[in-house]
Write a protein that binds this ligand. Structure first.
Ligand SMILES: O=C(O)CCC(=O)C(=O)O
Ligand SMILES: [Fe+2]
Length: 365
């Protein structure tokens, strides 16, 4: 069942700040469903926070990158690397469905993963012949990062994150400590016209900035599904599980999904979600005894969600175990060698002392 829910609309101008009305709407959005629309302009319609030409290039790339034969996509499949970059389809999902009514919809989209250099391993991928598209995606990601930093700065000032120390609520201090070099990733997604789906889920991290190319996004409120209609030239922003944890559940990470059905058999749905998380090494506090490492948390969610990541995590754990074992073996060998050296020194000393009679040299073995 679908109906409408209140999703605030907030305008942000080129300088990235919000007026009092914007801050109030942001507070409402955080506490209500953790979803809001972000208009890419000041309330009076002037000034762009994200350059429209960068957005328009991102759309061009989203469409063009899929226009290669399937085997060219498969050559850059995420399963072939440990950096979670490249092509994926929904065959590899392990954990998604969070529909409170237990209804699972077959995830049917395909996509390309991109990310910041500090996520797993640097270097973005595109199919052979499409490598020139990568800088446009990277430019778009940097723009998204700046917007998400501004939204997070504003949130830090609202008092909704009660675990922040008082000086951390100061926007520049907050950004310098937690978001100066954030971990981020982006997906270019393509949904088929007849049954384009993303199964019910919550996002993992802090903040998601979505460019939805068409209708289909829904959020789950009180066990019922509600449409999130497209507003032209507006992004949809929502918050993830890490921010919910960080704010002691004051900021909501709401279950959402995509169900796309087009009457036009040629009308695919494209969308571009961008996900941002704190700097590597950030310790996220929800209470004195409740602290997690943001990066470990995000990677562990990836490892649970995707078959290729689960495999990579298992291989990494096996490699770690082998290293630990060989280090243990080396330590054993070394200590045997040390013992042999010590023993032979002792023997030499004994021999020497036997030859020279009692001496002041004491030998510890
Ligand atoms: O495609 C969309 O509109 C939303 C996708 C989404 O929720 C996600 O990738 O986390
Ligand atoms: Fe999502």
């Amino acid at each position: 069942m679908t109906g409408t829910v209140h999703i605030p609309v907030i305008s942000i101008g080129s300088e990235g700040t919000l007026d009092d009305d914007g801050l109030q709407r942001l507070t409402d959005a955080c506490m209500l469903h953790g979803f809001f629309y972000l208009k890419n302009e000041k309330p009076n319609g002037e000034g762009y926070h994200i350059d429209p030409s960068v957005v328009s290039r991102a759309w061009d790339v989203a469409k063009e990158i899929f226009e290669v034969p399937q085997d060219a996509k498969e050559k850059v499949n995420v399963a072939h690397n440990n950096s979670n970059r490249g092509y994926f389809n929904s065959l590899g999902y392990l954990e998604l469905n969070k529909d409170p009514n237990g209804i699972s919809i077959r995830d049917s989209k395909e996509g390309f993963f991109f990310g910041s250099d500090n996520f797993l391993a640097p270097g973005n991928l595109a199919p052979e012949g499409k490598e020139a598209l990568i800088p446009d995606v990277e430019a778009y990601m940097r723009m998204c990062m700046a917007v998400c930093q501004d939204v997070m700065k504003a949130i830090a000032t609202t008092g909704l994150m009660s675990q922040l120390q008082s000086e951390e609520r100061e926007p520049e201090t907050f950004v310098n400590k937690y978001l100066s070099d954030p971990v981020y990733m982006l997906k270019l997604l393509k949904y088929p016209p007849h049954d384009g789906n993303t199964d019910a889920h919550t996002d993992y991290g802090c903040i998601t900035l979505l460019l939805p190319g068409d209708e289909g996004l829904q959020i789950c409120v009180n066990n019922e599904w509600h449409d999130v209609p497209v507003i032209p030239n507006a992004f949809v922003i929502n918050f993830g599980d890490l921010l919910q944890f960080w704010s002691n559940s004051v900021i909501k990470s709401t279950i959402h999904r995509v169900i796309y059905r087009s009457a036009d058999p040629n009308k695919y749905r494209y969308s571009i979600p961008f996900f941002m998380h704190p700097n590597r090494g950030s310790q996220i506090r929800a209470g004195p005894e409740n602290v997690i490492d943001s990066y470990d948390y995000v990677v562990s969610r990836f490892d649970k969600t995707y078959a290729h990541r689960k495999k990579a995590a298992e291989e990494a754990a096996a490699a770690m175990a082998a290293v630990t074992e060989s280090a243990a073996m080396a330590a054993v060998t070394e200590s045997a060698a040390m013992a042999a050296v010590t023993e032979s020194a002792a023997m030499a000393a004994v021999t020497e002392s036997a030859a020279t009679g009692p001496s002041a040299v004491s030998v510890h073995v």
